[in-house]
Structures are given as structure tokens and as C-alpha cells.
Write a protein that binds this ligand. Structure first.
Ligand code: AMP
Ligand code: FE
Ligand code: FE
Ligand code: ZN
Length: 289
């Protein structure tokens, strides 16, 4: 059975392997299908495509930073991630929104660095951005690496647990895309949209299942069920929900190189689910090496 991992990150965003490096790691792990889904950029697509070995397929995608109503009356919106696959990367709305989000990311990371420096932490803009290739999408993991380099913490995970978690004194929010708008954009560009790790509770507040049901009726194609941040009970809940409202079920590692402990291919997507997603896309083709 082909092994399919539909969610990975490279140095085009907050992974530690180059796009070609992610492809190489995927090939070494015996994956047959790999999706590259960097945060808010398609900047890694060409390098990954050029590195594709014979016999492997590449799904070009991205992970969009979004906000969504949480589904609990009176409570504020929550941060959510949307995976878009096989969309036209030249679609004007996507080009503009991804550029805006990357600007937002730089601005908010500078804000976080300033807050930490003001409190005496040995971080500065130059060091943090030294981990970021030109044009890549900046994120808290880049700041985390600077904190590791500065000897403040031992690991990226420790940096998140102690200093960089959502809501920490050093956290600065960014202005993300309403998830409905993002789904519409991905679809208008010929792509398919999948809700990434909707119940990753250890990252913060999550949506009620009713929100996923509602999005399913407004163009969402699938939901990521098998994800390292989902506990077994939530996987079961999501699987049942997906069956009810006809959402495609995916599984993925959310590989980030050495920034996270999960190896590539640790979670995978069933071939029939993958075929279903591909059949609904009309933007760019799956590439075959
Ligand atoms: P940002 O996009 O700047 O808000 O940062 C969020 C990113 O940080 C996610 O995409 C993950 O890659 C990473 N992240 C979030 N929580 C953790 C954690 N506990 N340990 C390591 N990385 C994390
Ligand atoms: Fe990430
Ligand atoms: Fe994510
Ligand atoms: Zn991700």
C-alpha cells in the first residue's frame, strides 16, 4: 500500500530541512506521496519539485493561518490552520493574502523579540532572522531556535512550553485570515481545503465540532484526523464526524525537521482518501518524479 504524508514543513517556513531536504527525507522514509505545506507560502514548491526522485509523487500545498469562531457563544475566536492543496499559486487573492501574512509574521516576531529583550533575554532581530532564508515565512520556532542558541532553553519544545506559548507574556498575536475566506480562496484557485489538526488542544483553545460541520457545508473537503497532537478520543470523534458530513479523512506527520520530535511519515493518509482529494482539485497537478 502506498504511504502518503500530506503535511510537512521546510525552511520556506518553520521546518529545518530545505524543500529538497524534505523530499530526500521522505524518500528515505519510503514515502510514495509527499505534500509540502509550508505556512503561508508556496516558496518551497519549485525546489521540492526539482528534487523529486523517480517513483515519488509531490502534492504542492500550503498551510494557511486562519481565525475561526469557536462555536461557543460569547467566547472569542480561535486560531486555526487550513491546509490547501493543488491550488494555482498565481491566484491573485492567494498571492496577496500570503504576502500580507508573511509581513504580519515578521512584524509580530519583531514585537515578541522586543518584549523578550526588554526583559533581559539575550535575543535580537539579527540572530532570529539568521535562521530564516530570504522570503521564508517567519514563525515562533525561529525565535525558539535563537533562544536555544543563546542557552536560554535546551530545546524548541521547551521554548514553547515556557516562553512562547499562545497567551504567554511575550506572545504577540497576528492578524490571520477568516477561515471561510481562506476556504473560498483555495477553492477559487482550483484547490482543495482540509482543516489541519482541529483538536490540537495542547496548543490552546480549539473549535467545537459544530464549527467543522458548518465548514463542511461551505466548501471544506477534508479534516486531518491522524495528527501527532490529536489524542485517541479526539481522533475517534473526528472520524465519526467526518463520516456523518462526508469529509475526507487525512493523516499526516506535520514534519518540521528538528524543530519537532515527529518523524516524517509517522502518520499517513489512506490511498482512497488521497485519490478523493485529488479528484476534487483543478489548480495544479500532482507531480510525478
Ligand atoms: P507561529 O506560526 O509563529 O504562530 O508559530 C506556530 C508554530 O510553532 C507551529 O506551526 C508549530 O510549528 C510550532 N509549535 C507550536 N507549538 C509548539 C511546541 N509546543 N513545540 C514545538 N513547536 C511548536
Ligand atoms: Fe509550524
Ligand atoms: Fe498547523
Ligand atoms: Zn503544520
Amino acid at each position: 500500500m502506498p504511504r502518503i504524508d500530506l503535511h510537512t514543513h521546510s525552511t520556506a517556513s518553520d521546518g529545518t530541512d530545505s524543500p529538497a531536504g524534505v523530499v530526500a527525507v521522505a524518500a528515505a522514509a519510503g514515502l510514495d506521496v509527499l505534500a509540502l505545506t509550508d505556512h503561508d507560502t508556496t516558496g518551497g514548491w519549485d525546489e521540492a519539485a526539482a528534487a523529486l526522485p523517480a517513483g515519488m509523487q509531490l502534492v504542492r500545498g500550503a498551510e494557511f493561518s486562519c481565525v475561526s469562531p469557536c462555536g461557543r457563544p460569547g467566547e472569542r475566536d480561535v486560531s486555526v490552520h487550513l491546509l490547501g492543496y493543488l491550488f494555482d499559486p498565481g491566484h491573485a487573492a492567494i498571492v496577496a493574502e500570503q504576502a500580507r501574512l508573511r509581513e504580519e509574521r515578521v512584524h509580530r516576531l519583531r514585537g515578541m523579540i522586543a518584549k523578550m529583550a526588554a526583559d533581559g533575554y539575550p535575543v535580537d532581530v539579527e540572530t532570529v532572522f539568521s535562521f530564516l532564508p530570504d522570503g521564508a515565512a517567519a514563525g515562533r520556532p525561529h525565535l525558539a531556535r535563537a533562544l536555544v542558541a543563546g542557552g536560554v532553553v535546551e530545546s524548541v519544545s521547551e521554548a514553547f512550553a515556557t516562553l512562547l506559548y499562545t497567551g504567554s507574556p511575550y506572545y504577540v498575536p497576528k492578524s490571520d485570515t477568516p477561515v471561510r475566506t481562506a476556504i473560498e480562496m483555495v477553492r477559487a484557485a482550483g484547490g482543495v481545503a482540509v482543516f489541519a489538526h482541529p483538536l490540537a488542544r495542547r496548543r490552546g483553545r480549539v473549535v467545537e465540532p459544530s464549527v467543522i460541520v458548518e465548514l463542511a457545508s461551505t466548501g471544506l473537503a477534508g479534516v486531518e484526523v491522524d495528527h501527532p497532537d490529536h489524542v485517541p478520543e479526539d481522533r475517534a470523534l473526528l472520524r465519526a464526524l467526518a463520516a456523518d458530513v462526508d469529509l475526507v479523512v487525512t493523516g499526516s506527520s506535520d514534519y518540521h525537521g528538528t524543530n519537532k520530535p515527529t518523524p516524517i511519515g509517522a502518520e499517513t493518509t489512506a490511498p482512497a482518501a488521497f485519490e478523493e482529494l485529488v479528484s476534487r482539485a483543478a489548480g495544479v497537478p500532482v507531480l510525478a518524479g
